[in-house]
Design a protein around this ligand. Structure first.
Ligand code: AMO
Length: 429
């Protein structure tokens, strides 16, 4: 390798010895006879010190480099309590690995505000900033800990197709593609596949899934390509069994992030407190009462951003479930319960982060509901087939990863939580 140590690997046993480090030049302070360089690697920062009279050529070369150039540097590791980490590298040799052009399209450490589009246009440089990189380290942890929770509870990770002949969530929000001359769609959710799998004997499955949605909404909470933790579980009694997984998984992952990512959480300065489960359950009818007390709202309408914001001001809960939605506003696969559906949303600080339901497992009832939704049954034969040959009662949820992170980390825009956002205007980088 090009280095012997990361910035955070050096300890007192290295003092006095020769080490090699590598990274990006964040800053150079040339005081004439001595120069201090802040070098940043994937683990943190360190100080390199170059002394002109000892290495005049090296001094000249190093101090003439542009910021963000990539170098490897070797020399004596010297204890120095006055500098960061308690040591500095007295540079004796340097290799320029990659030259950075100047000016940079945006600064890495400068305090000047950069607008969000410039940041996203230069996402790789944006990611060099500690507080931005921290979001993706926490995202990595969330995926790890949510998976850990599910695996510990008998869920098998699966990967289902992202190209399909049919669409699951209906509506116009679907990307159509040309599949060798036939119409196909990018899947909006693994919904149909995870339900089909319930007849396979893989009784509990989860997927870290891509959702592709041709959303009309161009808002701070919608993406056209997003990710979710999707689960499906068989032999449930009702949706309550599914809600328990959603809340326990949330609490487990949040606590593990708090325990293991304190450095990154400090960089983001987020208020990550979450109450312990069980989270409150509030029925749609109760929510409607609150909304009607505060303004006009008709029973049977879906909840939009305005309603969610209003509820956040009226209900004292940070996180809660809305249950028992009207059947008419939930997808065809939701299990009916009179005029209600056995479906729920998980609301976190005024935004839906998850929705789920007990599903219909009876073939005849499912076909009837699909017809009621105006669907062409012929297009769904493959989905329906497993329902004819032994389908247990089941349910599941889709849990938006970016939505969760946005709320957990107190971020204003969902685009902060995905590396390369896709929205109505953005398809690059
Ligand atoms: P739903 O459509 O509610 O349900 O999606 C589930 C969750 O995925 C996230 N999400 C999004 N995040 C960002 N941008 C989007 N455009 C977007 N669309 C959805 C949200 C949402 O709560 N098949 C069902 C789930 C199920 O019942 O299992 C479904 O897709 O956090």
């Amino acid at each position: 390798m090009l280095r012997t140590h990361y910035s955070d690997e050096v300890d007192s046993t290295d003092y006095g010895g020769n080490i090699t480090v590598a990274g990006w030049i964040e800053d150079i302070r040339n005081l004439g006879g001595i120069a201090f360089v802040v070098l940043r690697d994937g683990h943190g920062k360190m100080q390199l010190t170059a002394i002109k009279k000892e290495h005049p050529e090296l001094f000249k070369e190093l101090t003439s480099l542009n910021r963000e150039s990539v170098i490897a540097a070797s020399g004596t590791c010297q204890e120095n309590e006055k500098v960061m980490n308690g040591w500095e590298l007295l540079v004796e040799e340097m290799t320029l690995l990659s030259h950075a052009e100047a000016p940079l399209p945006m600064g890495v450490v400068d305090k000047v505000n950069v607008d969000f589009d410039t940041r996203l246009d230069n996402r790789i440089i944006d990611l060099r900033r500690d507080n931005v990189k921290a979001i993706f380290i926490i995202r990595h942890s969330f995926v790890q800990f949510a998976s850990e929770y599910l695996r510990n509870h008998g869920f098998t990770e699966v990967h289902t197709p992202k190209i399909s002949a049919t669409s699951s969530e209906g509506g116009t929000e679907v990307f159509k593609i040309d599949y060798f001359g036939r119409d196909a769609y990018l899947v909006q959710s693994p919904q149909l596949y995870k339900q089909m799998l319930m007849a396979s004997g893989l009784e509990r499955v989860y997927e870290i899934a891509w959702y592709f949605r041709a959303e009309e909404h161009d808002t701070s909470r919608h993406l056209n390509e997003s990710t979710a933790v999707d689960i499906e579980m068989a032999f449930i009694e009702n949706e309550e069994d599914v809600m328990r997984v959603a809340e326990e998984m949330t609490a487990y992952a949040a606590q593990k992030i708090i325990d293991e990512n304190s450095k990154e959480l400090d960089m983001i300065k987020a208020n990550v407190d979450l109450p312990s489960p069980p989270y409150p359950r509030i029925s749609y009818d109760e929510v409607v009462e609150v909304l009607q007390r505060e303004g006009d709202f008709t029973w049977g309408k879906d909840l939009g951003t305005d309603e969610e914001n209003l509820l956040a001001t009226q209900l004292e809960y940070d996180i809660y479930f809305i249950t028992d939605f009207p059947l008419s506003i939930k997808p065809f696969y939701a299990m009916p319960n009179g005029r209600y559906a056995r479906a729920f949303d998980l609301e976190y600080r005024g935004m839906e982060i998850t929705s789920g339901a007990q599903r219909i497992h009876d073939y005849t009832m499912l076909v009837e509901r699909m017809r009621a939704h105006g669907m062409n049954i012929e297009n769904f034969e493959e989905y329906l087939k497993p329902f004819r040959y032994g389908m247990p009662p089941h349910g599941g949820f889709g849990y938006g990863i970016e939505r969760f992170l946005m709320r957990f980390l107190d971020l204003d825009n969902i685009r902060e939580c995905i590396l390369f956002p896709r929205d109505r205007k953005r398809i690059t980088p």
